[in-house]
Design a protein around this ligand. Structure first.
Ligand code: ZN
Length: 303
């Protein structure tokens, strides 16, 4: 088995492309929490915005590398001294190296810190949507509680979307900073490396926590967050039941994907993602489990 895939070879070239995207970056508030919302614009459309949040002197997630100077300015303006990263994906860790260079104490789960120590290759659609994150040396969380400005947050493991993800629960305020553990009530597509069983187990644990505001990195909700998470869990169970039933009846992955009760994403993403994000992946994730990226698996398996 080779240790590389085509996107590993193309990635260094794509990282040098001066992508002509339009900018979308603005400071917003979600309930009582300030956030920086950022996205790239293509053809007049804003694609998959991501948020980083500030609570007291603490920033949660670090946004996109192409907006690192905006993240820095937002952090400075808020008096940020510390930052916490929820997982290694490029839309959460992109501004981390700029923050570290400015003297911000950036912490991450231990596995995240190991993953981002070297530049992680990303696929074509990730270059288009977000761009690659620079490598960065981060310190790990110590213990399972961290200060979030004046509040204490519990660090809760939340694997599924990826192995290293954590979420931050602030019981005193009824807040959950969920990284990418939520995304949407009815996710319609899966990345090839997402773990369906771990996602369901994580949702079960998160639904048992006491919170109302859900600070999802992509689709935050100031209220009704736990109910939204419960609806997502119910949807995932419905998908699993349907997939397993149709598999036993002999339906193919493609046929089952066509039958899932959902609206398909735009053909553009299907085209750009070259199969890395698809409805079929969700079906395969139920039946066969995840297919981790090699560079991630290598780091996870290394002692
Ligand atoms: Zn992610």
């Amino acid at each position: 088995m080779t240790s590389w895939e085509p996107y590993h070879l193309v990635d260094p070239l794509l990282a040098r492309v001066p992508w002509p995207f339009g900018r979308h970056v603005e400071a917003v508030t979600v309930g009582p929490v300030r956030a920086l919302r950022m996205a790239r614009r293509w053809g007049g459309r804003t694609l998959m915005a991501v948020h980083c949040y500030v609570v007291g002197d603490t920033l949660i997630d670090a946004g996109l590398a192409c907006y690192a100077s905006d993240v820095l300015a937002f952090a400075r303006e808020g008096g940020v001294r510390r930052a916490l990263v929820t997982h290694h994906h490029e839309d959460h860790v992109g501004g981390a190296s700029a923050l570290v260079a400015e003297g911000v104490d950036v912490r991450a789960p231990a596995l995240t810190a190991r993953l981002v120590r070297e530049p992680l290759p990303v696929r074509f659609y990730q270059h288009v949507l977000w761009g690659r994150a620079p490598a960065v040396s981060l310190r790990g969380f110590e213990g399972d509680a961290v200060a979030l400005g004046p509040y204490e947050a519990r660090v809760v493991a939340a694997p599924g979307h990826c192995d290293d993800q954590v979420v931050l629960h602030v019981p005193s305020q009824g807040w959950l900073f969920s990284g990418d553990a939520f995304l949407d009530e009815r996710v319609k597509v899966f990345r090839r490396d997402e773990d369906f069983a771990a996602t369901v187990a994580t949702l079960e644990r998160l639904c048992a926590l006491d919170f109302d505001a859900l600070f999802c990195a992509h689709r935050p909700r100031a209220t009704g967050g736990r109910e939204a998470l419960r609806r997502k869990l119910a949807w995932m169970r419905e998908v699993e039941g349907l997939v397993r039933r149709r598999h036993v009846e002999g339906a193919t992955v493609k046929a089952i994907a066509r039958e899932l009760p959902q609206v398909r994403r735009g053909a553009l993403l299907d085209l750009l993602a070259l199969g890395d994000v698809s409805v079929e992946n969700m079906v395969r994730a139920v039946l066969e489990g995840p297919r981790p990226r090699r560079e991630v698996r290598r780091t996870v398996e290394r002692p």
